[in-house]
Every structure is written in structure tokens, then in C-alpha cells.
Design a protein around this ligand. Structure first.
Ligand code: BGC
Length: 382
């Protein structure tokens, strides 16, 4: 080979290696990091793509710790992305729907944007009428998290950490938060949340993924069959704040103890359904005797054969049917996200617990560790 030809071949090979490292084709059983864009103040945001041994994929961004995509097989082995999201960090910066995000310090609502803890009243940022929703104006979903890949025996793990400062959105005390996502070889996304504090505060962390088991952009989720392991739910007022009652689901559209199509009763003439504009309610899960995870919900998409099970250590789950999606938000691949084109199953402590002494407590004391686990398991049973 002539010298100049060798030169070109060498440059070409070098270029290909460089491309392979910046935009590698995901290899089974690997984690790849890529640039995902920037925040408004110029901070670099990354995307971690976790590919398990069978080639199914979970992509997570450092912006808001959001799950950007989950590619899982249907009954014929065909992968589809079953969550809503955006193609780059800029989408998440502008987002108002909490697609895939880690939500904190307090997932769900706190009534009248205030609470009292040990005799002291704290006033929070209002971002939902009179109330605080999902941590306030700049919740954990708007923060850039530090990321570290970890080795896991059963899949790929990503550890995200964030320090929320004393006074952020009105919440007291510095709070150190670590969330570890593990994408297992069995197509389960395990989320391990922990937090510690130096002084007493309140914490309630969740993930806000919007699922469509037919694949994002494949239509509405009204035909999905849902089971929720709850005998009671927490009815709400006009601001979607729980009234404090734990109401039996019997003879209401909230009875999902037997698998029922999400759309079967959604437009029923029911006061609670009208207040939510569909389902937007916390269910009281049957708590197990031990402290492990128990099955909270199971969703089946008869069309694709995909099944999602939600397992958790938490006492509650918010079932939200994307009632506020209006087709104005354009997501991944240019898809317009329309009303009820996805559902959320947000594991949590009950909304407004800091103001509801009868609800399980969300207070965290120094020396104690906040620790909850939720797993989203995908399968295609025959
Ligand atoms: C809430 C909804 C809200 C949605 C997006 C859900 O957790 O319950 O009322 O619109 O999050 O913010």
C-alpha cells in the first residue's frame, strides 16, 4: 500500500474508533454514557444507556434522574419503548409533566403549601394552585444528579446522588439523597432510594414514569388491564388533596382488585373521577407483614402481550391516567402526547402526610436512613 493510502486508512480507522467510543452500538450486558445536552445555565447533561444480557435497554439521564426510555420485548420478542420522554436534555429542562423523573423532596401534593413539624411551620413554594406538587417549582426533577456506574451481579446499575440544601423550596435541612437504578437481565428496573439528614425533615421520593405497554405513541392505554392490590383509596378535594378518609374501593370505579380495563369506568358519573378528570388518586396498598417488597399493581396489554408488575416497600401508589396530557407536548420521535396515552403508577407515602397525622409518617430523623425500594418488572407470559 502506498504511504498516502496507508495514511488515509489509518485516519479512517482512528475516526471509526473515536465514533465507536462516543456513540457505541449498545452491547448486551454493558452501560454506555453519551452527551444528552445542556441545562439553561450550560451544565453538561449525560445519558446512560444500560443494556442487559438479552439486549433490552433502559436509558437514564442525569437531568432529574429521569428514565428516558425503556425498550422491552413484546410476545414476539420485538422491542418497543414503553415510556414517554424527550430526545434531549432540553426537553426535560422545559418539561411540566415530570416524564420519567425522580420526584422529591416530597412526591405528590402538600396542601396549602405548608406543614408543621415539631411545632415549627414551614412555608413551601406553591406550584399547583394553593398547593405544593412534587417538591415545588424546582424539585429534584430539575436538578443535575451526579452519576456513577456500579457493578451488579444481575444486571447494570447506575447510582445517582444529589444534595438538596436547607431551605430549597421551603423544606428544612440539607438532605443527602442517593437513588440506584438497576436494570436487570430479567427486564426489571429496580429503584433503590435512600436519604439521610442532620435534623428532622420530611421526605417522600418516587419515580414519575409514564407507561404505555403498546409502545409510546401507540394510542391510549384504556384497553390495558390493571390490578391494584388495594382495598382502600384516599379520596380527594377539588385541589386533589386527600380529605383524610380511607375509603373502601368496593362498588366504586377504584376497585381494581380483579384485573379490569383502565377505561372500563373512567368516564363513570362519579364525584372522585370528576375531581381527578380520570384516575389521579392514591391507593392504600395492603402492607405485607415483613419489610420486603410486595406486589402493588399488575398491568397487562392484551395487544402486545407485555405485562408490567410494580413491586414496592411503600404503603401507597398514585394511579394517574395522564389526564392533563393535551397533545401539545411533543416527545421522543416527534410524538404528540395526548390525553390518556400513558399511565403512571407512582409508589409513595400518601399525599399531604405531613398534615395528616393519621397517615403513615414521612418524617425523617437524624441517624435514621430513609430507604425504600420499588421494582418495575416487565414480562410476556404465555
Ligand atoms: C399528579 C397529577 C399531575 C401529574 C403531573 C401526578 O403525580 O397526581 O395531578 O398532573 O403528576 O404533574
Amino acid at each position: 500500500m502506498k504511504r498516502w493510502m496507508k495514511g488515509i486508512a489509518f485516519t479512517g480507522a482512528l475516526l471509526m474508533t473515536t465514533l465507536a467510543t462516543t456513540h457505541p452500538t449498545p452491547q448486551p450486558g454493558s452501560t454506555n454514557k453519551k452527551p444528552f445536552g445542556k441545562t439553561a445555565d450550560g451544565q453538561q447533561v449525560d445519558l446512560y444507556v444500560l443494556t442487559n444480557k438479552s439486549g433490552a435497554e433502559a436509558a437514564i439521564t442525569t437531568f432529574g434522574g429521569a428514565v428516558v426510555s425503556l425498550k422491552v420485548p413484546d410476545r414476539n420478542g420485538k422491542l418497543a419503548d414503553v415510556v414517554l420522554g424527550y430526545d434531549s436534555a432540553e426537553g426535560y429542562v422545559a418539561d411540566k409533566s415530570y416524564f420519567g423523573a425522580l420526584v422529591g423532596r416530597y412526591g405528590n401534593r402538600i396542601g396549602h403549601a405548608q406543614f408543621t413539624l415539631d411545632g415549627k411551620t414551614y412555608t413551601l413554594a406553591k406550584n399547583n394552585g394553593e398547593n405544593t406538587l412534587h417538591g415545588g417549582i424546582k424539585g429534584f426533577n430539575k436538578a443535575v444528579w451526579s452519576a456513577k456506574t456500579l457493578s451488579a451481579k444481575d444486571g447494570q446499575s447506575l447510582e445517582l446522588s444529589y444534595l438538596s440544601n436547607d431551605g430549597d423550596e421551603g423544606f428544612p435541612v440539607d438532605l443527602k439523597v442517593t437513588v440506584t437504578y438497576t436494570w436487570t437481565d430479567a427486564n426489571a428496573l429496580k429503584i433503590d432510594y435512600s436519604a439521610t439528614t442532620d435534623k428532622k425533615t420530611v421526605v417522600n421520593l418516587t419515580n414519575h414514569s409514564y407507561f404505555n405497554l403498546g409502545g409510546q405513541g401507540s394510542g391510549d392505554i384504556l384497553g390495558h388491564q390493571l390490578m391494584i392490590a388495594a382495598d382502600k383509596f384516599t379520596p380527594v378535594d377539588a385541589g386533589l388533596i386527600p380529605t383524610g378518609e380511607l375509603r373502601e374501593v368496593t362498588n366504586t370505579p377504584f376497585d381494581f382488585r380483579k384485573p379490569t380495563a383502565i377505561g372500563a369506568r373512567i368516564d363513570q358519573d362519579d364525584e372522585q373521577m370528576k375531581l381527578g378528570g380520570g384516575y389521579d388518586h392514591n391507593f392504600v396498598l395492603r402492607m405485607p407483614m415483613d419489610r420486603g417488597q410486595s406486589l402493588a399493581a399488575r398491568v397487562v396489554d392484551p395487544a402486545s402481550g407485555r405485562v408490567l408488575e410494580v413491586w414496592t416497600t411503600e404503603p401507597g401508589i398514585q394511579f394517574y391516567t395522564g389526564n392533563f396530557l393535551d397533545g401539545e407536548t411533543i416527545g421522543k420521535g416527534g410524538v404528540a402526547y395526548t390525553k390518556r396515552s400513558a399511565f403512571c403508577l407512582e409508589t409513595q407515602h400518601f399525599p399531604d402526610s405531613p398534615n395528616k397525622p393519621k397517615f403513615p409518617s414521612t418524617a425523617l430523623s437524624p441517624g435514621a436512613r430513609y430507604h425504600t425500594i420499588t421494582t418495575y418488572k416487565f414480562s410476556t407470559p404465555k
